[in-house]
Write a protein that binds this ligand. Structure first.
Ligand SMILES: [Zn+2]
Length: 426
């Protein structure tokens, strides 16, 4: 049995204080974070365990130029950012009519052919595809709020997920390849001015290049004590952050919780094997977990349950277990939560985190998420992280994982409902 008193939120926070910087996958600080996690694990884990690192290659786009200018009925430049992976304009840019297409609804999209579509919402896979089909030359989305001032008045480049991520974006229709269309982001207050002043023609430039990068996954397996129980669990969190902020809540907290759990289970070895994994590149589209599930596909045949932590550690919030599996798994989570006496609720759906990479292999998967503030912004900092919140989620996670890792017969099958399997298939 796991001694839950081994789990300490203040110990976790001490670990987290080593990572007070932005940790983008493939960046120098991303590699620095990976080296630090390995160093801390080696310092605190018993020496019989081997910490492994596994690099993976990926390509990512970098925006070199993003500019927007109103041409008719007045000339004015506005600060712009770009959608990475959307497409590029020619070096001299394009000049075209500007059409306000609101949410990109089917009626508004009938007017965007040969024009730049201005939208009030962010664009991802499904809407991008509909813009392509509607014959838009380019698109612009609106970011920020009328409350923003100072540095928040400048939009930030973001990734365009052309493929569905966790079933959130609409699925691509691969039958009919269409030309890429460049996408810009303008600030809410500027879009308001552009619409109020009735801009009809605009000039925009978006230039981006594709770069090859390397990310790093880190993992350690705590062997089970019962030689008859070969089937085990995977426990994971991503340690990379978005470029906008230090990602204390998303997901240094998850990194720390999984670190704390690994140390505790290493001291109290479970009956079944447990592999603890720290993924890179989640923010770029679950890159690390996809690479891991690919390269370990064979061993994962023995994985009965995948538990992931993404978004945690804030005091003001509530804990949700996102279950990508059948109702019997959700029922088991609720049972364990009640037994542990720690507040939580469940949602059964396809999440948008690394648990999906396991679920896509048919492994029942859960992401623990503590609802909170400031994800993907510069406000996601360590000062909102609470040792109490870390510890309560460590105890809830430890309780659930210990029940499963101690079971003689697993309480649910290794199965995935058809509707989730469909959504997860790319
Ligand atoms: Zn995250």
């Amino acid at each position: 049995m796991l001694d839950l008193s081994l789990l300490s939120g203040s110990h976790t926070l001490k670990f987290m204080n080593n990572f007070d910087y932005i940790r983008q996958a493939g960046s120098r600080n991303g590699a620095r974070a990976a080296a630090e996690i390995v160093k801390q694990l080696k310092a605190e884990l018993p020496s019989y365990l081997t910490v492994k690192t596994e690099p993976f290659d990926f390509t990512c786009a970098e925006v070199s130029t993003a500019s927007f200018e109103a041409v008719e009925p007045y000339r004015k430049s506005y600060p712009a950012a770009g959608y990475r992976h959307s497409g590029s304009t020619p070096a001299e840019g394009i000049t075209a009519p500007l059409v306000y297409a609101e949410y990109g609804d089917p009626i508004s999209l009938t007017r965007v052919k040969g024009a730049v579509a201005l939208l009030s919402i962010p664009v991802s896979g499904g809407l991008y595809r509909r813009l392509q089909k509607a014959g838009a030359l380019a698109f612009i989305s609106t970011a920020g709020s009328p409350l923003d001032g100072g540095q928040d008045r400048f939009p930030q480049s973001r990734n365009l997920y052309k493929k569905p991520m966790g079933g959130q974006a609409g699925g691509p229709d691969a039958s009919q390849p269409l030309p890429d269309i460049p996408g810009l982001i303008l600030h809410y207050k500027d879009v308001l001015e552009i619409l109020n002043r009735g801009v009809t023609t605009c000039h925009l430039v978006l230039r981006q290049e594709t770069l090859s990068k390397t990310g790093t996954n880190i993992f350690v397996t705590v062997p089970g004590t019962d030689p008859d129980l070969a089937e085990g669990l995977c426990v994971s969190a991503h340690y990379d952050s978005v470029p906008q902020g230090k990602g204390a809540y998303d997901n240094l907290s998850g990194t720390g919780i999984v670190y704390e759990l690994a140390l505790a289970f290493a001291k109290n070895p479970p009956r079944r094997p447990m592999t603890f994994i720290w993924f890179d590149g989640e923010e770029l589209g679950l890159l690390g977990s996809r690479a891991f599930c690919q390269s370990h596909r064979k061993e994962l045949g023995n994985c009965r349950f995948a538990y992931n932590v993404d978004l945690a550690g804030q005091l003001i919030g509530g804990t949700v277990l996102g279950v990508t599996a059948g109702p019997e798994v959700e029922a088991a989570m609720n049972l364990y939560g009640r037994e542990a006496g720690l507040g939580m609720s469940t949602k059964r759906q396809v999440w948008s985190s690394d648990s999906n990479s396991f679920a896509a292999l048919g492994i029942p998967a859960v992401t623990m998420d503590r609802d909170g503030f400031g994800m993907h912004t510069r406000f996601d900092t360590l000062d909102l992280i609470s040792p109490w919140a870390l510890e309560r989620d460590e105890k809830l996670s430890g309780f659930i994982l210990d029940r499963l890792a101690s079971s003689t017969v697993f309480p649910f099958d290794r199965a995935m409902p058809v509707e989730f399997a469909e959504k997860l298939r790319r």
